[in-house]
Design a binder for this molecule. Structure first.
Ligand SMILES: [Zn+2]
Length: 364
């Protein structure tokens, strides 16, 4: 396992022809019919750039931190804090990920970095444990010093995943996607918005000019949308169940509210319809992908009806489409709710399995 910094090994070019063909092939496979997935649209995107990524000899970069599951919650608590460790253990046990692929962030985010998108006073109060009881109730997690470490480690992991994606083309975190965190308050188990912080840090650093956040968690990415509402360099896209939490929706750059019960074919058609258009119009340098698995039919907080196969196809579609445009993708596990952590972890691991397949295809 490597404590991460990105090491170049040798350069490879993601070819125009190979990527375009791959994207089109997948479109035809998804749901057994064409999802308005126009190869001409892909090609128009590809004329912009040939993306050059470093080949990572170890394989798909995967980010993990021992603090991800550290806080102890009552067994009755709705938030499955242990799931991140369960995901990590499963990835290693099933040999989807080998230890040498794992990167651990070494630096927690600074106050300056978090304050790019958050109220410094809010961040300070959270870190010092002086948030009001009402604020903590809205977050839904009991405060502890371990929760602070865990929260900051998750932001650090999300940033590191994005850095690895910029270098290697594709990278996955084993946590991340705290999209209900707003500038000066948290909600829905989210405290610091890792997607917004990461976007802002990379923009300030000059590492990217435009970031696309693709949020396919079943809940709207309301905090992300609100924080970045006036940031033209970040495009927020949220595909979510219209009737689900949060009751009061924010305005993303693109919101796609879905009716309850939507199943695989229709859902995949929606994603296949919108994602290439956004990539074409916005031309991002990086995609941050919140791959919540709560659209699954058996999720205890979702209202959609995706199957395991549908979720897996969704991950393949997002990766294939973005890489066909030459845009690197950093992927985050997002939400997912079940009392059976093994079943839930298996759902989350579709992300890493799909990424592993796509990474092998695009790089070797
Ligand atoms: Zn969710």
């Amino acid at each position: 396992m490597c404590v991460s910094s990105c090491k170049a090994s040798r350069r490879r070019v993601c070819t125009l022809q190979g990527s375009a063909i791959r994207g089109h092939q997948f479109a035809e496979q998804a749901g057994g019919r064409e999802h308005k997935f126009d190869p001409a649209l892909l090609l128009s995107g590809l004329t912009r750039q040939f993306s050059t990524f470093t080949r990572n000899e170890a394989g798909l970069p995967v980010v993990w931190h021992p603090a991800y599951s550290a806080p102890l919650l009552p067994s009755s608590h709705r938030f499955p804090m242990k799931i991140f460790q369960t995901i990590y253990d499963r990835l290693l046990e099933t040999k989807v990920v080998r230890p040498e692929q794992v990167h651990i962030p070494v630096e927690l985010p600074s106050m300056e970095q978090m304050s790019l998108v958050h109220d410094p006073e809010y961040v300070r109060e959270f870190c010092e444990g002086t948030l009001s009881a009402a604020s903590l109730r809205r977050i839904g997690l009991p405060w502890s010093p371990v929760l602070v470490t865990r929260t900051l480690a998750e932001v650090a992991g999300t940033l590191l995943t994005a850095e690895l994606a910029l270098e290697y083309g594709l990278a996955c975190n084993t946590a991340g996607g705290t999209h209900h965190a707003f500038r000066d308050f948290g909600s829905g188990f989210c405290i610091i918005n890792d997607l917004a912080v990461t976007s802002a840090v990379l923009l300030e650093r000059g590492a990217v000019s435009r970031v696309l956040i693709v949020d396919l968690d079943v809940h709207q990415g309301d905090g992300t949308a609100a924080i970045l509402a006036h940031e033209p360099r970040v495009f927020t896209m949220s595909v979510h169940a219209a009737s689900n939490f949060p009751a009061k929706k924010q305005r993303s750059d693109l919101d796609v509210p879905l009716p309850d019960g939507l199943a695989d074919e229709e859902y995949l058609a929606v994603v296949a319809d919108h994602l290439p258009r956004v990539l074409t119009d916005f031309r991002p340098d990086l995609v941050l992908y919140d791959a919540g698995v709560d659209p699954h039919k058996d999720d205890s907080l979702g209202r959609l009806s995706l199957t395991d196969a549908g979720l897996f196809q969704r991950e393949r579609m997002v990766f294939d489409t973005c890489l066909a445009f030459g845009v690197p993708v950093a992927a985050y596990v997002g939400g997912g709710y079940s009392t059976d952590l093994d079943v839930l972890a298996a759902r989350h691991c579709f992300l890493h399995q799909a990424a592993t397949e796509v990474y092998a295809h695009h790089h070797f």
